[in-house]
Design a protein around this ligand. Sequence first.
Ligand code: NHW
Ligand code: EN5
Length: 388
Amino acid sequence: RHKFWETQPVGQYKDVGDSSLPEGPIEPPTPLSEVKQEPYNLPSAYEWTTCDMDSEEICDEVYALLKNNYVEDDENMFRFNYSKEFLSWALRVPGYYQSWHIGVRAKTSKKLVAFISGIPARIRVNEEVVKMAEINFLCVHKKLRSKRLAPVMIKEVTRRVHLENIWQAAYTAGVVLPTPITTCQYWHRSLNPKKLIDVGFSRLGARMTMSRTIKLYKLPDSTVTPGFRKMELRDVPAVTRLLRNYLSQFVVAPDFDENDVEHWLLPNENVVDSFLVESPENHEITDFCSFYTLPSSILGNQNYSILKAAYSYYNVSTKTPLTQLMNDVLIVAKQKDFDVFNALDVMHNESFLKELKFGPGDGQLHYYLYNYRIRSALKPSGLGLVLL
Ligand code: NHW
Ligand code: EN5
């Protein structure tokens, strides 16, 4: 059923539930001298290119490929539209390898027709911190689909990750592959219900009018938690401590240091927003919340072309109840003109979703590890990892 994935060191369906298999690498590393030195072969009309994301022009090309060919919902009504600033942030991370930003061009026209990326990350699985690649933005132009290009791209990124002596990876997908470590549900909180209904993102509930719906999703004009403010550079050490301590309780979570927190969580306009609660009494940082900005193109609507979506990122509460903290972040997102606030049922998110009027979406997100087996079944609430 999976001619490619059957050949890869990933959990196979036949092994599901076999607790006699040990936790850890599925296959051992090979000596670096045995890693293939030349790129995999592409169909003869295409060539590999390494994408220099520092270059405005190349960033534009990757942006355009994804804008026109990346992930859509199951009814092809919306397509992710990651901004250039976002792509630059997501790919030029601490310690990144340019060689892991991989494009495919048509030889004659030089047009960029496919892309895949990896970034380095330290991911903790139970007690073990593992150096991994996070793989994202796999995309093949719509006109080149179903030609088995994706397996070649995956093998090539794998080869280039191996050349850096890294043997594991983490990735997410909306499709089922062998074999998810867990499956998460998307939840959506309407901020601009009229527009969401007009564009077909949501529907008017049974026995609901538009004005009752608008009233249902109304939010206060300003945040309520005393000491709630935007995160600043000077907060990096305190946020790192707070976050590391919080993430230590999950089975799978990133091992963030101060450099990572500065990159991933310091506010970056129209890319990532972060807030914290500083105690008015003793100036302690007690709570933290964040979201990233990922608009979607609205395909074929007369009135609107962009859906502005915020995605819940990392949230930590020690003093402020999580529900109150997340209500404040919804208020901020509304002030910033987002149409919808999305969240997965990871970490402690279940505890606020229903009360804050999130509803389940029609999409799921499957999480995967490459060449790493985990001992036991994982619930979404055991995941402390959010990929972009
Ligand atoms: S998930 C988003 C993926 N992108 C999209 O959905 C964009 C729209 N779709 C496309 O561009 C986030 C194409 O449909 C793609 C497939 C390119 C998806 N992951 O070329 P063929 C990520 O970026 C398998 C993995 O003919 P295509 C994460 C499929 O099962 N495999 O198909 C990426 C089949 O294999 P099988 C996927 O439609 C993680 C084969 O590809 C997949 O023209 C990558 C068919 O290939 C997916 N999302 O192109 C893995 N979708 O065995 C990283 C399909 O079933 C692994 N397939 O026959 C780790 C690597 C690093 C290791 C380091 C140690
Ligand atoms: C890896 N980094 O399907 C990314 N989104 O629910 C790749 N549905 O937006 C993985 N179909 O339910 C991508 N509205 C996997 C996700 C692909 C995109 C996707 C889903 C997630 C989504 C929306 C729109 C559906 C349009 C028709 C949806 C219902 C909202 C409603 C609001 C009011 C309360 C109930 C829910």
